[in-house]
Design a binder for this molecule. Sequence first.
Ligand code: FUL
Length: 515
Amino acid sequence: MTVHPLGVMACRVGVSALLLTVLCSCLPEQQMPTATQLNPGETAHSIITKAARITPSPRQMAWQQRELIGFIHFGINSFTDKEWGDGKEDPAIFNPTELDCNQWVQVCKDAGMELVMLTAKHHDGFCLWPSRYTEHSVKNSPWKNGKGDVVRELSDACRKAGLKFGVYLSPWDRHEPTYGDSPAYNQYFINQLKELLTKYGPIHEVWFDGACGEGPNGKRQVYDWPAYYEVVRRYAPDAVIFNGPDVRWVGNEAGYARETEWSVLRLEKTFDEFMLQDVTRPDLGSRTALMGPGRLVWLPAETDVSIRPGWFYHAAEDDKVKSVDQLLDIYYSSVGRNSVLLLNIPPDRRGLIHENDARRLREFRKVLDATFANNFAADAEARCSSCRRDTRELIHAPARVVDGDPETYWTTEEGTTLAILEIDMQAQQTFNVASLSEYIKVGQRIEDFSLEAWFDGDWRQFARGTTVGYKRLLRFDPITTRKVRIKIMQSRVCPTLSEFGLYFAPPVETVLHDM
Ligand code: FUL
């Protein structure tokens, strides 16, 4: 590496490597791959350059832009006070007294959620829709005299409110007698999947839960994942598949993505083997993790967590709804770490989202809105000392990061992987949150960055991070300054930034004072 006089560093690379970098950045977006095979003996530089070229598919991009989505765990467990049913429950116990999916959707919408996902069938096998392939469903419950259909009501309510709809269909099924007879159960599962995707579409996410508690002496079912994926692609082409080729589990159920969260991974195995064996590893995408055989794929993380200790409703947890501070911490550590937050709010036995959960979500939204209402960096003067005044400068000028348009972006000239971008707000401002976004439609590239503020004639670092990806949020003690600079200290190829923001998060108590 060489350090340029203006504090801008540039990679010293060989001619072929430079050519690769140039090729990488010049490829039009629609030609950039969502996956690529690695060749035996490929150099580290070639692998890293390839990784920086992997991009999301349109359905993955749309999923990422949703940021916050709602999870609804509802079913037989809501009436037994359990988390996992054994499949022997009598459908007669399913009897919500005031079920109102419009209320669920309203609560989700008010919280800023863009999609609602329902446990159409949990591990107990009880179906919330009148499936023609089993008797273990709402059709044999007293609710609406067996004529009710929760999947229908929720998908209709979502459509009416302009929200997308997703289904969770548990592969592990403790009721279905064919479970364990692999071909027969695979057919059963595919039939149910088709039923859901064709009767209740359009569906935008399909959630395949990886859990199975059968144990060593339990039933052994070999799932036909390729066939399941094919059915989703065929009948719900816009749906992302969770625990499959589109979206991976973040690796915990606490609500926290990794500090360093890559959307580009190297896979040696099939998607399902990866999900089963490796998805919880602390490092999935570093330079070290990318070295080796296999293929590079765009496989971003979804962070699932419940607003209560349990996934299903339990009256005993009415006073254990997560606090606004906890929810904020989760938000900053999931949405703010290049992930999508899938937040569970379980309806109660009435078939309503409990008042405590609904209120907490309204409070959470209010604080987020108060925080992100005013971007002090908006329309600030932005300059990059390493940028040349060529066409790239005009199209990808520094001002693009403060123009409020996520479809425009700043980048450096070809071959420059390190840069400093200076933001002058023209007046002193006080802020305690920063937001950075890469233009991931051309790949995820930034590996190390810091933020510095201008104090008494000097730059002082106040925050530092590794990956940025779709969105990186950083919180710190309030800072008052007029100028901030973003220092990109390592990037796989020339870095991009589509947006940058500086905000002031007011104390939670102040925001909620008059609620
Ligand atoms: C887990 C399941 O076992 C839980 O019951 C819940 O559905 C959670 C989202 O996924 O694997």
